[in-house]
Design a protein around this ligand. Structure first.
Ligand SMILES: C[S@@+](CC[C@H](N)C(=O)[O-])C[C@H]1O[C@@H](n2cnc3c(N)ncnc32)[C@H](O)[C@@H]1O
Length: 261
């Protein structure tokens, strides 16, 4: 299947809430009365990083830069975490997140989606689907603030897991293992990565080796879209049943080298 490539039209915010924890925080929300989503597990001892993150984020407000401009500390933290991607990506002719939004819009709106490393939660803001937006830090109450290696989502609870330019750490396999845990059988794993990270000619990983590792995790590669100059998109589906392969040979993904077009 060849996913559509047109840019998604900007949508409006639909006020989704990312999880039980965030619903608790946002007491003015009209969604307060709703029961907790069955896709979000109660906090467990397996997610201490998430707890630490929330504490670290609490109380952070706006800071004055030297120039007198007000810049959120969260914005600064996000810029540092993402290696300045926003500035670089703003020069790209097409944003991978828009390709993914278009792809989602052309599929089932009843699918539940998990957007791992969601940034400004563009996916949730532009599709009808229920979206769990996940990021390390956020001042947006609709975002679940946690390490995406340990989310509070229930096992086999989502139809689509998205990693749009978010396989950032050396521990990226743990992010994909978490996606595998929360995805339903036959669920989609959609990955967009910076081209240079998956191009052996520029010191990047071998994309075949990358795909093979994910296949060994229990997925089938449905399609790969390499026509964009700046990023590659992979569309995997979780196998109904799969043998657990031990000691998967994950290729190293070097830090992102965002380049201007
Ligand atoms: C390059 S940005 C991409 C944002 C968004 N997906 C997009 O395409 O616009 C990567 C995001 O991943 C997040 N991130 C990185 N490591 C993470 C982790 N371990 N857990 C949760 N989020 C993480 C960063 O905070 C950042 O917002």
């Amino acid at each position: 299947m060849e996913p559509p490539q047109q840019s998604a039209a900007g949508g409006h915010k639909r006020g989704r809430r990312g999880g039980a924890r965030n619903r608790r925080k946002n007491t003015s929300s009209s969604q307060q009365a709703r029961p907790p989503s069955p896709a979000v597990a109660p906090p467990s001892p397996s997610s201490p990083p998430a707890k630490r993150q929330r504490k670290a984020v609490a109380g952070q407000g706006a800071a004055k830069s030297k120039g007198g401009n007000t810049m959120s500390l969260l914005d600064k933290m996000r810029a540092r975490l993402s290696g300045g991607y926003q500035e670089q990506m703003s020069h790209w002719p097409e944003q991978p997140v828009n390709v993914i939004i278009s792809w989602l819009k052309s599929h089932n709106p009843s699918w539940t989606v998990a957007d791992f490393g969601c940034g400004n939660a563009a996916v949730a803001k532009n599709v009808k689907n229920k979206v769990f937006s996940i990021d390390l830090v956020s001042e947006d109450p609709s975002v679940i603030a946690c390490d995406m290696a340990h989310t509070p989502l229930e096992p086999t609870s989502v139809d689509v897991a998205i990693f749009c330019l978010s396989l950032m750490g050396v521990n990226y396999p743990s992010f994909l293992e978490e996606a595998n845990r929360v995805l339903k059988p036959s669920g989609w794993l959609v990955i967009a990565e910076v081209r240079s990270r998956l191009d052996p000619n520029t010191g990047g990983a071998d994309p075949e080796k990358f795909s093979k590792a994910i296949i060994q995790l229990g997925f089938s590669l449905v399609s790969k879209d390499a026509k964009n100059k700046m990023f590659i998109l992979f569309y995997f589906r979780k196998k109904e049943k799969s043998k657990v392969v031990k000691n998967i040979d994950w290729p190293e993904l070097k830090p992102c080298l965002y380049k201007r077009r």
